[in-house]
Design a protein around this ligand. Structure first.
Ligand code: 2M8
Length: 451
């Protein structure tokens, strides 16, 4: 674990203790909320990262987190993006989603009706590794959980493969910017321009802007109107996967989610092999989906720069916006040399992590040198620790150890005030959005205790 990091910053030990306190404070028993004020529910991809963080505190509790999410899985395999607690104060809540009448949803929980990036098998593999390093007892807990949960995770992946892989390109299709996890990223500006809210959109009042110091750190009202319209369309389609694809004003092939799907498929297959689980045909499926997805990311990459671009499946337009998601090939090792090196030098260079003005040398969500970069507004410029963690983790696995360690160090520097911001202003390091954000605390724990 690292020691003191400099004046006004917490030592590694204190930071880890504070991160643990965030996860404990946000713990309702069965789930850790994404944050105490702004997000008092469970979010699907947050839960995966949170479970990794929890593994350093208590492996059993980490497995419960994944178990809670899997208990909300729909009967067709979809893992919903929000599992609601009883808390008020978040909009859109379960009534607005209107999933109570959907019979594919388990009756015991209220959920949203869309999904988020499939990082759960990546988390489970990580937790098994942490548990094995901890003790034989924890290893046994993690391994038996894996044997029990494996098929549910496979069904989740199969749902994606069946309903959300758009051929011939092979990219993972999203039907709402929220499904990407990068809600208002400029990646989605062009597709959102085609979303035209109808006059019959039921009225609503936003609550999210009350949970932050400055509403300018959140998406605009105009964006929210489109977000709500897409929900209305899906609700009218009964959240039926084929009907949603046929009727949604938003249908985009997401390179970042596709790359994560490739890695998650390989990780789930690896877990079955590692534990000698009797799922030979399913493992073959996973390997096929992984290879297909990796190829789709490679095909989406510009042959000169290596940057991978999303595809608007409604207009056929390639979305050439320079956001951090364009480095998706690095997540799943999709590109051969010299393109991988080209991408790495771009991402570490002055347009990105090497920009001379940054407080911490990690990639922002959008390059500061791109028109429209906004250092304070959510996914349109700030640095997101969880995204930095994903790249550092992938780079380490891919053998780029020195860079992975550097980003771990710089990522920790970003977090070292101990407030665990949702995202950070890249030039000042100011925490923005929510504080005590659980997944930020979780990645801090992994960087501090697992490297
Ligand atoms: C943000 O998204 C939610 C909607 O899903 C919101 O703004 O209300 C995103 O940052 C998303 O990636 C994240 O999972 C969620 C909870 O942290 O918040």
């Amino acid at each position: 674990m690292s020691t003191a990091t400099g004046s006004g910053r917490l030592s590694g030990t204190t930071l880890a203790a504070r991160a643990a306190a965030v996860l404990r404070d946000n713990d309702t028993g069965a789930l850790v909320t994404a944050s105490p004020k702004l997000y008092p529910h469970m979010w699907s991809w947050d839960a995966a990262f949170i479970a990794i963080g929890l593994a350093y505190l208590d492996v059993r509790r980490a497995l419960t987190e994944l178990g809670t999410l899997l208990a909300a899985q729909w009967s067709d395999g979809m893992l919903p993006h929000i599992v609601f607690t009883d808390a008020d104060g978040y909009f859109p809540g379960p009534d607005r989603w209107g999933t109570d009448t959907v019979t594919r949803r388990p009756a015991s929980v209220r959920t949203s009706g869309i999904c988020q990036p499939p990082v759960h098998a990546i988390a489970l593999r990580r937790i098994v590794d942490v548990a094995r390093a901890n003790s034989a007892v924890e290893a046994e807990l993690a391994e038996s959980f894996t044997a029990r949960a494996w098929q549910a995770l496979y069904r989740w992946h199969r749902w994606i493969a069946r309903h959300r892989i758009a051929e011939p390109q092979g990219l993972l299709t999203i039907v709402h910017g929220w499904e990407s996890g990068m809600d208002n990223s400029p990646r989605w500006d062009a597709p959102y321009a085609g979303v035209r809210p109808g006059p019959d959109l039921p009225p609503y009042v936003r609550l999210d802007t009350l949970g932050v110091d400055d509403p300018a750190e959140r998406p605009s009202d105009d964006e929210y109107h489109r977000y709500l319209w897409l929900i209305e369309q899906m609700r009218r389609a009964g959240y039926e996967p084929a009907e949603v694809l046929a009727t949604s004003d938003f249908r985009v092939g997401d390179v970042f989610s596709t790359a994560l799907f490739a890695v998650a498929c390989d990780d789930l297959a690896h877990l079955a092999d590692d534990l000698s689980l009797p799922f030979r045909a399913e493992v073959a499926d996973l390997r096929t989906w992984a290879a297909r997805s990796r190829r789709a990311v490679a095909d989406a990459a510009d042959p000169v720069s290596g940057l991978a671009f999303d595809l608007d499946l409604r207009s056929g337009e390639r979305l050439r916006t320079r956001t951090v998601a364009a480095f998706a090939p690095l997540l799943c090792s999709a590109l051969a040399e010299p393109l991988e090196t080209r991408l790495l030098s771009d991402l570490t260079g002055p347009d990105w992590a090497g920009h001379p003005g940054l407080a911490a040398a990690v990639p922002p969500s959008v390059s500061p040198r791109v028109n429209g970069f906004d250092p304070r507004r959510y996914w349109r410029g700030p640095q997101w620790p969880v995204v930095v963690w994903l790249f550092s983790f992938a780079l380490r696995r891919g053998g780029h150890t020195a860079l992975a360690r550097r980003w771990r160090q710089e990522g920790l520097r970003l977090l070292s005030d101990g407030s665990f911001g949702e995202y950070y202003e890249p030039f000042t390091g100011e925490p923005l959005g929510s504080t005590q954000q659980s997944w930020t605390a979780a990645v801090a724990l992994d960087w501090l205790c697992g490297w």
